[in-house]
Design a protein around this ligand. Sequence first.
Ligand SMILES: *[C@@H]1O[C@H](CO)[C@@H](O)[C@H](O)[C@H]1NC(C)=O
Ligand SMILES: *[C@@H]1O[C@H](CO)[C@@H](O)[C@H](O)[C@H]1NC(C)=O
Ligand SMILES: *[C@@H]1O[C@H](CO)[C@@H](O)[C@H](O)[C@H]1NC(C)=O
Ligand SMILES: *[C@@H]1O[C@H](CO)[C@@H](O)[C@H](O)[C@H]1NC(C)=O
Ligand SMILES: [Fe+2]
Length: 487
Amino acid sequence: MSLLDIRKFDSLSLKSHLSSACLVLLLVLFCIKAKSITLHSASSSSDFTPVEVHLAFTQIPNQIVVSFHTLNYDEKLLGFPMIKFSHKDRTLKGEFQTATLGNVVTQYGEVSHTGYDFNVLLSNLEFDKLYYYQCTFTRNENVSSDIYHFHTRTDPQSPESYETTVISYGDQGILNSYYVMERVKDYISKFYNSSQKNLFVYHLGDISYADDYPGLIYQAVWSWYMNKMTSIMPYVSYMVLPGNHEMGPLHHPYYSFELGFQALNHRFFMPLRNNSNFGHNMWYSFEYGPITFVSISTETNYPENFFPEYVFKGDQLAWLEQTLAKIDRKRTPWVIVTGHRPIYSSAVGYSNSHGIPDGQSVPVQQAFEDLLVKYHVDIMLVGHVHSYERTYPVYKTLVERKDNFHNLRYPIHIVNGAGGCIEGLTWSFMYHWGINWSAHIYNKDEGYGILKTSFNPQSKIHSLTFSFYSAGENQLIDSVTITKDDL
Ligand SMILES: *[C@@H]1O[C@H](CO)[C@@H](O)[C@H](O)[C@H]1NC(C)=O
Ligand SMILES: *[C@@H]1O[C@H](CO)[C@@H](O)[C@H](O)[C@H]1NC(C)=O
Ligand SMILES: *[C@@H]1O[C@H](CO)[C@@H](O)[C@H](O)[C@H]1NC(C)=O
Ligand SMILES: *[C@@H]1O[C@H](CO)[C@@H](O)[C@H](O)[C@H]1NC(C)=O
Ligand SMILES: [Fe+2]
């Protein structure tokens, strides 16, 4: 299959009739929305209001980056972006701190189209505290966002930091995502009502599906998605990575300044974006409790990749090897590689009937699988195929074992791409061929993954459980636990 065929297959695959009908209706709505954005006069103060607020981790555990978007910005009127925050005063009127600057403002293309993106770094946060915060500007605090809150992680030195929860899914846009969003929102709200600690959300690429809509409303769809997500994104760190749908608008007419993963790299602030050797969101790593997450770009920057015309700064494979090699397994016994496209998926087009990776999976396998095994990565967590599939521990189609997952040598691969999107679910699987590495497939509903870690100080055993839930009925569909001895 040529590159073009692969992309076409991907974006045209499996749109349901229902989605098509909804699409027509939504297009009308979007056009109205897009128009109302461009009709705003430049000086309307609501254009300055911080919206689309979201949070991200950096590589330093007591920091959080707050990101927000505005339609317009005027430094003379507003001054610099500023975050007011406090763990004592939920009104932010009495006792609070402020943080300014960070990365002052990033802007690309035509302002009237792309708006402005701001990222402010909060540092020296106290661990295990509920912080209230608000996005505003140094010269005009009347222009501000709502007040939101987040809970900082527990002290990495404390035993509590072994207890972590990560919600994850890939491939989520505006359509077919209602139930996943509701479940995630409820999960976060329960988290804040309980004594649970350490929670964040991982979106495994393909964010908003703005590229499936007419090019002129590309940014409007992005904003539509981000606005829907304000029931989730301002309350927990929301980590993202590049999927094929982040490449840019696909349908004419569009602005060419939006091509090349621009929206992903401006709207979000992942850990290496502030690193002068990289300066983008395409790949990065960070520690979280007993896990090192290593996020890769399955889209760019390796031999035979899918978008060779977009080359980001840095050598991804060299960075990946260095990063994996220096992980301290005493401190973070678990290593999870996150990405977008799978190596192992038994959906049509990803493996042949013997379970040998095929089609799109071939370059991903060739670039990454040996490194995963060499450095004992525990899990490779991806999306792209709109369904759930878990493998047994596997390397080059060799299954290590089918139960008793203690001190494994090979990684388990999890495809978790049923976040809900306009293209619907993937139904074309090869069940009947009984591929020997495939442990569980589910494609009857959208859904989300919950990953939990813990440590038993008596037995000195670390444990990691990944569970997949269907969104509509919120049923547990599959769960796998892997364990390992403390070093
Ligand atoms: C990026 O790095 C600069 C220089 O260290 C720092 O001042 C700024 O706060 C950082 N911004 C973010 C959002 O991390
Ligand atoms: C902010 O609002 C207050 C109260 O309405 C007003 O007195 C003040 O002038 C406003 N400040 C700016 C910079 O607009
Ligand atoms: C959490 O608590 C709030 C306030 O007490 C309540 O309104 C909300 O329903 C609770 N959420 C859940 C999921 O229990
Ligand atoms: C699984 O299938 C592959 C491909 O047919 C084969 O090479 C392998 O030996 C099989 N069994 C195991 C346990 O991996
Ligand atoms: Fe994808």
